[in-house]
Design a binder for this molecule. Structure first.
Ligand code: 5GP
Length: 175
């Protein structure tokens, strides 16, 4: 698979991805059986994960999406702006953040700090992908789809320079 100037190999196929998301959906449904959590999907990358996870919940739940600063090319920018488009009040709510991938963890740490100021009852993170080898922050990731090596991935919502989000499988940059 070639996107622009880069070559990618298949890494996770759609059925592996959807099976794992279904497991996380059940886990969250158990953990939040006495609550109506508010899911907050981080745009753009989390839209497919968020949609698939939401379909796999058996509890009452709300979902909303926000946008942070964008990721440029192959390395994390490390810059996060404010939460754009958060219309729901998260005060005293159980919040579950939906992220496509946690790399260095910087985005999540800054997001959690901003959210804490809004007084939620609880905040947990659900991320489809996690690169433990790239993590530089101390971060508690409650729900992780797949731990993956520290290599650039695309597909299932994740992009390379705006492209590749539509791929239903996840691909890894060829070495
Ligand atoms: P962090 O702040 O954890 O370093 O970076 C998180 C953000 O970087 C993710 O939300 C995602 O947008 C982007 N990112 C990190 N690694 C990758 C990757 O391998 N592929 C893509 N497409 N984006 C990535």
């Amino acid at each position: 698979m070639i996107i622009k100037d880069k070559e990618f190999d298949i890494y996770l196929n759609i059925s592996q991805i959807e099976d794992r998301i279904s497991e996380i959906g059940h886990q969250i449904s158990n953990d939040y059986s006495h609550s109506t959590p508010l899911f907050i999907g981080i745009l753009n990358g989390s839209f497919m994960f968020a949609s698939q996870l939401f379909k796999n919940l058996s509890i009452q739940a709300e979902i909303s999406f926000i946008k942070l600063s964008s990721y440029k090319n192959l390395t994390s920018s490390g810059e996060v702006t404010q939460l754009l488009g958060l219309n729901e009040t998260i005060f005293q709510r159980d919040v579950i953040i939906l992220e496509d991938i946690v790399d260095t963890g910087t985005t999540m740490v800054q997001l959690l700090a901003t959210m804490d100021e809004l007084g939620p009852k609880s905040v947990e993170i659900a991320t489809l992908l996690y690169k433990p080898g790239a993590m530089v922050e101390k971060l508690d990731l409650k729900y992780v789809g797949f731990e993956i090596p520290d290599r650039f991935v695309i597909g299932y919502g994740l992009d390379y320079d705006g492209l590749g989000r539509n791929l239903s499988d996840i691909y890894q940059l060829k070495l």
